[in-house]
Write a protein that binds this ligand. Structure first.
Ligand code: GSH
Length: 203
C-alpha cells in the first residue's frame, strides 16, 4: 500500500495512524506545484490532486484524510484505533474527526490561503479559530486524549492540524492543555517516526 503525502501537510496523520496500526506501507511524496510524484502524474492517482491518498494493494485509491483514518482503523481492529461500529463511543470519535476536518483543518487552511490578506486572516483567527481552540482546550484540560485516557485516530488528526498555528504566527501560549496534549503526542514513537520520515524536525 502507498500513502501519498506532502511535507508538513495533512498527510502526517494517516502516516501516524498507519504506524500505530503496524501496517506496512510506502511513502510517495507529492509536489504540489507540479502535481507530480516520482511515479509521474499525481492527478492519475486522484483527480482531486490533494493529499493524502492511500493506494491499496489492489489499486483502489482512498482519499479524504478522515476517511483514510477510518479505513486504517477498521482494517486493524485489534489496535483499538477507533471504537467498534455502532457503539456510542464510535459516534463520539466521528464527531471529533468531523470537528478536526471541518472546523480546524479547513479553518487553518484559510490561514495559508493566497486569496486572503493578512488583516482578514487575523480577524478570522481571532474571531473563528480562537473559539474552536477554546473548545479543544476545555476538553483536553479534562482528558489526556480526545476520547478520554487512550489515544485514538482523531488524536493524530488533531495533532497534525495543531502543528500549523505556529507556522502562520498564531500565538498558542494561552492554551496549556493543548500544549500538554502536543507534548504527549510528541512522545509517541509513531509520531516521532512519521515526522522523521517526512524530514520534519522534532516539534
Ligand atoms: N478534503 C481533503 C482536503 C485535503 C487538503 O486540503 N490537502 C491539502 C494539504 S493539507 C493539499 O493537498 N493541498 C494541495 C494544493 O493545495 O495544491 C481532505 O480532508 O483530505
Amino acid at each position: 500500500m502507498k500513502l501519498y503525502y506532502a511535507v508538513g501537510s495533512c498527510g502526517l496523520s494517516p502516516q501516524i495512524v498507519l504506524r500505530e496500526a503496524g501496517q506496512a506501507f510506502e511513502l510517495v511524496k507529492v509536489d504540489f506545484a507540479t502535481k507530480t510524484t516520482v511515479e509521474g502524474d499525481y492527478l492519475k492517482v486522484t483527480p482531486k490532486g490533494f493529499v493524502p491518498a492511500l493506494k491499496l494493494d489492489d489499486g483502489e485509491v482512498i482519499t479524504e484524510g478522515a476517511v483514510l483514518l477510518q479505513w486504517i482503523a477498521d482494517h486493524n481492529p485489534e489496535r483499538g484505533l477507533l471504537p467498534a461500529f455502532g457503539t456510542s463511543e464510535r459516534y463520539r470519535a466521528l464527531e471529533w474527526l468531523n470537528v478536526v476536518a471541518t472546523d480546524l483543518h479547513k479553518g487553518m487552511a484559510m490561514m495559508f490561503s493566497p486569496f486572503l490578506d493578512d488583516a482578514t486572516k487575523k480577524r478570522f483567527a481571532d474571531g473563528f479559530l480562537a473559539g474552536r481552540f477554546a473548545v479543544i482546550e476545555a476538553h483536553l484540560s479534562r482528558h489526556d486524549y480526545l476520547l478520554g485516557s487512550e489515544f485514538s485516530a482523531p488524536d493524530a488528526y488533531l495533532y497534525n492540524v495543531l502543528c500549523w498555528p505556529v507556522r502562520v504566527g498564531i500565538d498558542m501560549s494561552g492554551y496549556s492543555a493543548i500544549e500538554r496534549f502536543m507534548q504527549r503526542m510528541d512522545q509517541r514513537p509513531s509520531v516521532q517516526t512519521a515526522r522523521e520520515a517526512e524530514g520534519l524536525p522534532p516539534r
